[in-house]
Ligand binder design. Structure first.
Ligand SMILES: Nc1ncnc2c1ncn2[C@@H]1O[C@H](COP(=O)(O)OP(=O)(O)O)[C@@H](O)[C@H]1O
Ligand SMILES: [Mg+2]
Length: 260
């Protein structure tokens, strides 16, 4: 089976600081990959590589076997922990912006039937994330959970195949987080997405993911902390998720990682 995404001997260096070293990885279409690892391990840098925001210092990132073009493509969408929506735009305009920007990059506006089509698509996506009744609200009027629903709608309205999530639920209360877990699971299935999610929450990593990767350094030089970069130190395929009940009872503790 050929991978959707492949990284081949990928290195990321900032000056003489090595952040990611020798990363070799294949990600299958429709996987839900959770990424955990200590702060500063290079998890966000890894997502930027896949987003095409950053080119590897060495090595190649392949999408469908073809080297990734160094820019945000419509096949990849991203949601960050916070602040990814525009505060001066309403919910509807925020979501339409995701459609307008690629089609009308200079003005950022569409007109006539193109605008109506974009509006319809945006409304449908907002309904899918549970914001169908909040089209005219502004981000400041919404809770953190609603803002993340909006950020997800904004990313998905462009119909990406790959959704990148960088600690998307970390700032939310536990109850809201559970709602978001249900939402992202539904969207993953309904839109046949491939999801790559960075999280600090190990339970979240295991309950949502079909695969859990740990990014960390294999080697440390205390006298030269930047000499070695992080790579995938654990790669755990999980039993296929079949239904909600299943994945809830399927909890694995951090101790299990070491035995794999
Ligand atoms: N543009 C950059 N220039 C220099 N150093 C950077 C840059 N981006 C990230 N870093 C460094 O790379 C390391 C990994 O960062 P990051 O990918 O944000 O880690 P994580 O998301 O795992 O916490 C950190 O030490 C960070 O300071
Ligand atoms: Mg980060």
């Amino acid at each position: 089976m050929s991978a959707l995404l492949s990284l081949r001997d990928v290195w990321v260096e900032y000056g003489d600081r090595i952040v990611i070293e020798k990363l070799d990885l294949d990600i299958a279409a429709q996987a839900f990959v959770s990424i955990v690892g200590p702060s500063g391990a290079g998890k966000s840098s890894f997502l930027r590589l896949i987003l095409g925001q950053e080119a590897p210092t060495r090595g190649t990132v392949l999408l469908d076997g073809i080297p990734l073009v160094p820019e945000c493509g419509p096949d990849r969408g991203v949601v960050f922990q916070r602040y990814s929506v525009f505060p001066h735009l309403s919910v509807l305009r925020n979501t339409m912006f995701g459609l307008e920007c690629p089609k009308a990059p200079l003005s950022g506006r569409l007109f006539g039937s193109a605008r109506r089509a974009a509006r319809d698509e945006a409304v449908a996506m907002l309904e899918a994330v549970g914001l169908g009744d909040s089209l005219d609200l502004y981000p400041a009027q919404m809770s953190g959970g609603m803002q993340q629903r909006l950020a997800i709608a904004q990313a998905l309205v462009q119909r990406p195949r790959i959704l990148l999530l960088d600690e998307p639920f970390g700032a939310l209360d536990p109850g809201i987080r559970a709602d978001m877990h249900a939402l992202i699971t539904r969207l993953w299935r309904d839109y046949s997405l491939t999801i790559i999610m960075v999280t600090h929450d190990i339970r979240e990593a295991f309950s949502l993911g079909t695969r859990v990767l740990t990014l960390d350094k294999r080697r440390h030089d205390p006298h030269a902390p930047h000499r070695y970069g992080a790579t995938v130190v654990y790669d755990l395929p999980l039993r296929n998720r079949t239904d909600e009940a299943d994945c809830e009872s399927d909890s694995i503790t951090i101790d299990d990682i070491g035995n794999n």
